[in-house]
Design a protein around this ligand. Structure first.
Ligand SMILES: Nc1ncnc2c1ncn2[C@@H]1O[C@H](COP(=O)(O)O)[C@@H](O)[C@H]1OP(=O)(O)O
Ligand SMILES: [Mg+2]
Length: 349
């Protein structure tokens, strides 16, 4: 089974949505809709979700979609909806042909936009074709002016087949040192992609699918003490104390790099950093499939292994959440077992 069309549509949809998020990012208020929340939302989240779903519905009308946002807030507040609509109708690819022939052109009206946003309400599950969308992953990073990602994955019968991550604030250069710093914005914007069994690639976000991607691979490390870690900026998302103990037991001396969003998966997949740990803080939090689907495939296709802290593969067929998993360990396949063992010692699991 070839997923060439799915990959092309996914890359162009992410490229166009990322373009919308960049406009919001450039604004000093960052389009904030709700700030105090544990899960902040911006107008960019709604706009990017609408644009991605528009492209998917045009090309794959029967596929189901699991997406993070819903339009209820916009339906209650017309000036907010108008604001999002202005962004959505004004965002196109430079390539007119791709915009029209692949993505199916613009959304026709504000009402259509609201309906599209609400088409991301699938319950997920173990059968059929289901897309998972996080329009802005790492919203807290986005609001801080840091890293974020536009994320899209296709699952077929619960297995991730296509994954695309648009990271507007990561360096284009795959060889750049691991850092969450966005500098002055020059040379930034990369899109990572993978198709199951076909490897993982990166290319500049601005050229998207119009340019051949470059193969990426995880760093081949044999000595774990030389490894570098990346983890969440938010202490509430991953236990940084446990991570420090794990690093110490592995003999790692470099400080961990803290970065928001699935940009962490993309970074280690291209060998900028080696290990991504997400260690449960709360006993009750269930990870969401849209926060991991694309990253999981990209890392595995780049030569990595991804499991939870109990060593189980992430189960994307369970529904909208990874209810059957706890935490995430992403590392080069050759050393994953070693890392898992130490994680289990420290967490006593
Ligand atoms: N308690 C939690 N544990 C783990 N992840 C969380 C928790 N609360 C929120 N998140 C999610 O972590 C993701 C960002 O992760 P990272 O720290 O790697 O940037 C967001 O999608 C966020 O969801 P939400 O969008 O609902 O805020
Ligand atoms: Mg997210």
């Amino acid at each position: 089974m070839s997923y060439a069309k799915e990959l092309l549509v996914a890359q162009l949809a992410v490229q166009r949505a990322a373009r919308l998020t960049k406009q919001v990012f450039a604004d000093s208020a960052k389009g904030t809709v709700s700030k105090s929340d544990a899960s902040p939302v911006t107008i960019g989240d709604f706009g990017a979700q609408a644009l991605i779903i528009a492209a998917l519905k045009k090309n794959f009308p029967d596929d189901e979609i699991v997406a993070e946002e819903e339009a209820a807030k916009l339906r209650e507040d017309d000036s907010l909806a108008e604001h999002v609509w202005n962004l959505v109708k004004g965002t196109r690819l430079d390539d007119e042909k791709a915009e029209k022939e692949v993505l199916g052109g613009s959304v026709q009206s504000k009402d259509e936009m609201l309906d599209l946003i609400d088409k991301g309400d699938s319950k997920g599950g173990r059968s059929g074709r289901i897309w998972a969308i996080d329009p802005i992953d790492g919203t807290k990073g986005f609001l801080r002016g840091g890293q974020y990602a536009v994320c899209l994955g296709l699952m077929v019968d619960g297995d991730v087949k296509v994954g695309v991550l648009g990271c507007p604030n990561l360096p284009v250069d795959d060889a750049a040192e691991l850092s969450a710093d966005i500098g002055n914005g020059e040379g930034r914007g990369v899109i990572f992609s993978a198709v199951q069994g076909e490897g993982a690639t990166s290319r500049p976000l601005t050229t998207g699918a119009l340019e051949e991607g470059k193969r990426i691979g995880m760093k081949k490390i044999t000595d774990l003490s030389a490894a570098s870690f990346c983890e969440s900026v938010e202490a509430g998302h991953s236990n940084q104390g446990d991570a420090a103990q794990i690093a110490q037991k592995l003999g790692i001396t470099r400080p961990s790099v803290r970065m928001d969003s699935q940009a962490k998966y993309g970074s280690i997949a291209r060998g900028a950093g080696d290990i991504y740990l997400r260690l449960p803080v709360s006993k009750t939090y269930q990870e969401k499939i849209w926060d991991h689907a694309a990253g999981d495939l990209i890392v595995r296709e780049a030569g990595g292994q991804v499991t939870d802290v109990l060593g189980r593969r992430l189960d994307f067929g369970h529904g909208r959440t990874l209810a059957e998993n706890k935490g995430v360990i992403a590392a080069p396949a050759a050393v994953h077992d070693q890392v898992l063992k130490v994680v289990q010692e420290v967490l006593s699991v």
